[in-house]
Ligand binder design. Structure first.
Ligand code: MRU
Length: 347
């Protein structure tokens, strides 16, 4: 298996694969401060819900390092400011807020330690978030493999792979597990306009690993589903409400509607950290709107009329009734979600 190191914390810096540049060039983006991490999340150097969370955790480590030699009061107030800034870097993926909450709790728990010792605890918590995510994804893969037929054509949207996580991936983690367990797998990757995470990232990841993949324009998916060419659809998630409503990359909802119309199983694949136990339904999920340039330009070349009005939401919400199951590290959650999701918090 080819290892993709989405991020690495080394010699007091965070190194990220620059996902804006793939697949044309493989470049590493160095974050020296938490402000660099904030920029990297906003500009999508790093993206994908669990990857954003892990990167932000290392952002907190960089902030702690930066203010380590200040007075304790200054240290704590600057750290708090950094955590608030990182927490707001992108609004939809709840893994970001989840990771910052874990970092805050670690700071609070060890706040009476000398600052150099506290820094060590902060670094250890970020390492745990990173390592746990990889292990979580491997467990998700094992649970998910149970629903993949021996010979399967799988459709996926956006990139829920190693690049979107600390490693291995969620939806692509299930695909990896199925492939390496000897199943005959073929993947259709939606291009995923406007940022083309499917064409640029999923296609790159799977091709590099030798997993058969075919790239399609987003508008092709419905025809493939209608024609019986897709056995199962696997997508990631940015935030899941208590009733199972799921925010994921724009276009996921449309896919779920067609899947339901043609009885094709539609699974959301995500760690429990993507569940927002504080919200009852998808109506409460904030949907990020991104720059109009994502639609009007490709690589700085204008492809739409100057001055055109643009609506560019980055995510949509798939209603729970369109979701066959939610594959997590704790097993596959089935409807009724409103009864079964809260149990995950207790488990
Ligand atoms: O805008 P992005 O690229 O951060 O959106 C990513 C997605 O929508 C993914 O499907 C989701 O974060 C799950 S990643 C395991």
């Amino acid at each position: 298996m080819t290892e993709i190191k989405t991020m690495e914390f080394k010699d007091d810096f965070l190194y990220l694969i620059d996902q804006r540049k793939l697949p044309v060039s493989y470049e590493i983006f160095q974050c020296k401060t938490y402000r660099d991490v904030d920029f990297a999340i906003k500009d999508m150097v790093v993206r994908g819900a669990p990857a954003i969370g892990a990167a932000a955790a290392y952002g907190v480590v960089l902030a702690a390092k930066e203010f380590l030699h200040e007075d304790r009061d200054v240290f704590f107030s600057e750290l708090d400011k950094a955590m608030n800034i990182l927490n707001r870097a992108r609004p939809t993926a709840v893994n970001l807020m989840w990771a910052i909450r874990r970092m805050r709790n670690a700071v609070e728990k060890h706040k009476d330690l000398p600052l150099d010792k506290l820094y060590q605890r902060i670094k250890e918590e970020a390492d745990r978030i990173y390592e746990e995510d990889i292990n979580t994804n491997k467990s998700i893969g094992k649970h998910g493999n149970a629903i993949i037929p021996q010979k399967a054509t799988i459709l996926t949207h956006c990139n829920a792979g190693a690049l979107a996580t600390a490693g291995y991936g969620t939806a692509l983690g299930v695909i990896r597990e199925a492939f390496y367990s000897g199943k005959d797998i073929m993947v259709y990757a939606d291009e995923t306009r406007p940022r083309c995470q499917g064409g640029r990232l999923t296609a790159w990841e799977l091709k590099m690993e030798g997993i058969p993949v075919r790239l399609i324009a987003d508008s092709v998916a419905a025809t493939l589903i209608r024609d019986g060419k897709i056995d199962v659809i696997l997508v990631g998630a940015d935030r899941i409400a208590l009733n199972g409503d799921t925010a994921n990359k724009i276009g996921t909802f449309m896919l779920s509607v067609v899947a339901k119309a043609y009885n094709v199983p539609f699974y959301v694949v995500a760690p429990v950290s993507t569940i927002d136990f504080d919200i009852k339904s998808g109506e409460e999920i904030v949907i990020e709107e991104r720059d109009s340039m994502e639609l009007t330009h490709i690589e700085n070349i204008r492809i739409a009329p100057e001055g055109i009005e643009v609506y560019n939401p980055a995510f949509d919400v798939t209603p729970n009734e369109n979701i066959t199951g939610i594959i997590t590290e704790k097993g596959i959650i089935k409807p009724p979600y409103i009864e079964n999701i809260p149990k995950l918090k207790e488990a």
